[in-house]
Each structure stands twice: as C-alpha cells, then as structure tokens.
Design a protein around this ligand. Structure first.
Ligand code: ADP
Length: 434
C-alpha cells in the first residue's frame, strides 16, 4: 500500500508540475505569464472536480456503476474504498454466520427459548417453545409474554422484575406438567426466557418426600411403644447396673422421636399445597417460646431479653412459625455456653417485620454460613448430637420462611456469637392488638 500511495503522490505531483511548466512556457511565449499560470490552475482544479464527480457517483451507486478510471490521489482513494468494502463484506459474512449458528444452537435446545423485546413482546422463539409453550408464528410474535403464558404466578414473577431466581409453575396448557421458568436480561433491554419441563424431577421429588414421610410415620408407632416400655422398666427396676442402660435407651429413643418429628415436619412443609393464613399474635407466641426456653435450658444460666412490638402480627401458619422461631431460640441456647446472653427481638423495620435471635455463643465460621440450612449439615457433629440436635432445625426454618414469602438472614462471627433473623414482607404484616 505504501509503494502504491508513493506512486500516486508522485503521479499527482508530475501532473501538477507538467501543467505549471506548460503554462509557464506558453505564458513566456505569449508574454502573459500571470494569466497563463492562473488558467493552468483552473484547468488543474477542473480536472480534480471531474475525478471527484466520478468517484462520488461511483460511491453512491457502487453496485450499478463500474469502478471509475482515476489517477493520482483519487486513484488511491478508490483503491482504499474498494479495500475497506472487501473487509466490511468479510466481517458481515462472519457476523451473519455467527448469528445463524447462535440461532441454530437456540433452535436445537430441548428447553423452550423465547426472545422478548424491552416491553415484553415476543420477538423470536425456538422449536421447543412451540411444544412446551404452544407458541406459533402467526399468533405469538409481538404478543406480550404474560398473555401467552397466562398464569398469575408467572405474571407476578415477570412484573416484579427480580430475575435473580427461577420459578416453578404448573404448565398453563397441561396441569400435569411442571415448568421451570428463568428470565435473563441481555443486550439493550432485551430478555431471554427459558422454560424447562421439570415434571419428571418433580415426580421423583414427590416420591422421595412421600417415602420419607411414610417411613417416619411407620417408625413413630413402634418407637412410642418402646419408649413407653422403657419408662415402665426404669420405674420398676431399681437395679443400679441396669438403670444407666435404661436411661441411655430412653435418651436414644427420645432422639429418634425428635428426628422423626422433624422429618415429618419437613415433608409436610414440602407437600402441603394449601396455605393457612391465620392472623398470628407473635407477641403471645414469643412469650410461650420464652417459657419453653426456660425449661429447655435446665440447669444452665442464661439471661434472655425480649424486645417485642405487641401490636405487630403477621398472617401465616401459626404451627409452622412457632416451630421456626422455637428452633432458632433452642439453637441459641444449644450453641451458647452457660452464662451467655440471648436477645429475642420482634420489630417492624423498613416495611418488613423482623424476628431475630441474637446470642454471644460460639459463633460460626464464614465458610459454613451458606450451607447451614442444608439438611443434616452441622458445623460440629459432636456438639450438635450431644445437645440433642437433629441437623434439621435450620432446614425447617428455611422451608417455613419460603412458605411465608420470608427470608432467613444469618450473621455470625466465630467465637463472638450469631444473629438469625426472619424477615417477613409487608404483605404479611397485620397491625392490631389481638
Ligand atoms: P442442629 O440440630 O444440629 O442444631 P440446625 O439445622 O438447627 O441443626 O443447625 C445446623 C448447624 O448450624 C448446627 O449444627 C450448628 O453447627 C449451627 N448453628 C445453628 N445455630 C447456631 C447458633 N446460634 N450458634 C452457632 N452455631 C449454630
């Protein structure tokens, strides 16, 4: 390119000097050098105008006109334009191949994929969307997604605009099919919606949950019988050899009963579809839990403070909420050495109702915090067992919170203490003295 541009500049200068030279010679012969020189410049400019005109016409109607024959700097300009165009064409080709491949990948996916514009209108969908979401080119394109997927829970999810999580709903077209919806914003205010058929997974989960519920239920009766006989035996038999054995056996059967109760509670939480929405007087509930805590702590000494808003109530399932709050309080007692302080608070904060249990106990290392609500996850198995823990307490709390549209927030410092907070949304709050 450099040699070509040098050549073009050379050519341009040669023309210029040739015209100037001829004009000077003519001017000298006719004794009018000034006029002749000016004329030559006008001719030189006209030649440039002609070339510029040719190039401009070619640029405007490139596909219809042949490449103009130009020289000097205009030739260089045309060469450069041809080169840029070739590059652009190549780039365009590569881009369209990429877009084609992207569409092919989306089209081949087994999940339904839908591209939405900034107003929620359907722009494009893949083959699977035709089967899973019953979309078709004629009716669905341009339609708002909430009209196409006519489901109250989906509409709430879409309008809420919090796409950090997915939602599971029943297919609006077939009640036997479960769908998992996820929306991911991309590009300039566009959204990519994916819907996956989770029917099989749901069925398996249902079978597992039912199995656990049945086993727990079946084991409960023989365990109650064993526990009753053990009590009878230990009352009658005052044998110093056998008494510690009876005590151990009673302790273990009690633990098994608590474990079965927790397992049953969890599977009930998972399986119960209809929600109970009673107005719960939380202040009275906390007083009961406080009383239970006094019994639970036994010989140990704790100072338990309560800071309660007596008018603040919520709507929900009283049994489940009691179980969740009570789990948090007994955990605070379990994981705080004797002499520690526990603070129970029930207050309205920034439009939410918050129940928190703060202790100055053993605390939890940062790495465990995200896993605490998993079933049977314990930081210290030995301590949990020795204090009668089942490893299911926080899993129950998390499920209860989920069922009440609430969140469980855990803050803890190893060696310093923990604070567990249940945060209820404003929709659950009822302000009145019951
Ligand atoms: P567990 O029956 O073992 O207490 P949970 O599900 O209630 O089971 O709690 C899970 C784990 O979280 C516990 O084993 C314990 O290690 C930790 N944990 C829960 N509450 C506290 C607390 N207040 N202070 C320190 N650790 C706690």
């Amino acid at each position: 390119m450099q040699t070509y541009s040098k050549q073009a500049v050379k050519e341009e200068l040669t023309w210029f000097f040739l015209i100037v030279f001829i004009s000077l010679v003519i001017g000298y012969l006719t004794e009018s050098v000034g006029l002749s020189f000016s004329l030559s410049l006008v001719i030189y400019l006209l030649l440039h105008f002609k070339q510029a005109w040719k190039v401009l016409t070619w640029l405007s109607y490139k596909s219809a006109t042949p490449i103009p024959s130009t020289h000097g700097v205009w030739g260089l300009f045309v060469q450069q334009a041809i080169k840029t165009e070739k590059k652009n064409k190549k780039h365009k080709k590569r881009l369209s191949a990429l877009v084609k491949r992207f569409h092919e990948v989306l089209a081949a996916m087994p999940d339904a994929i839908v591209i939405l514009d900034e107003f929620g209108g359907i722009e494009w969908f893949n083959e699977s969307a035709k089967h899973i979401l019953q979309m078709n080119q004629v009716d669905s394109i341009g339609q708002h997604i909430t009209r196409c997927i006519n489901n109250k829970k989906f509409a709430q999810y879409y309008n809420h605009k919090d796409f950090s999580h997915s939602i599971d709903i029943e297919s609006p077209f077939d009640a036997d099919i479960s769908l998992n919806f996820r929306i991911a914003p991309y590009g300039k205010k566009k959204q990519l919606l994916s819907a996956r058929d989770t029917t099989r997974m749901r069925q398996l989960e249902g079978v597992r949950s039912l199995f656990v519920a049945n086993v727990s239920h079946e084991l409960r009766t023989p365990l109650t019988v064993i526990s009753g006989y053990l009590e009878l035996l230990s009352d009658r038999d005052n044998d110093p050899m056998l008494n510690p054995i009876y005590q151990q056996m009673s302790l273990q059967t009690d633990r098994m009963t608590t474990l079965l109760d927790d397992l049953l509670m969890l599977s009930n939480l998972e399986n119960q579809q209809e929600a109970i929405n009673d107005i719960i007087c939380i202040a009275a509930m906390i007083k009961d839990i406080h009383r239970e805590a006094q019994i639970f702590k036994g010989e140990q000494h704790y100072s338990i403070h309560c800071d309660i808003d007596n008018h603040l109530n919520i709507q929900g399932n009283a049994k489940e909420i009691h179980s969740a709050f009570s789990n948090l309080v007994t955990n605070a007692l379990r994981y705080t050495p004797s002499g520690g302080e526990i603070k129970i608070t029930w207050k309205k904060q920034q439009n939410t109702a918050q129940f928190s249990v703060q202790d100055n106990g053993i605390g939890i290392e940062e790495k465990h915090i995200n896993r605490l609500t998993e079933r049977f996850y314990r930081v210290d198995k030995g301590r949990s067992r020795s204090t009668g823990g089942t490893g299911l307490g926080l899993a129950i709390v998390k499920h209860v919170m989920l069922k009440h549209d609430a969140k469980l927030d855990i803050k803890s410092k190893f060696g310093k203490g923990s604070c567990f907070t249940c945060i209820f949304p404003k929709e659950r709050i009822v302000i009145q003295k019951i």
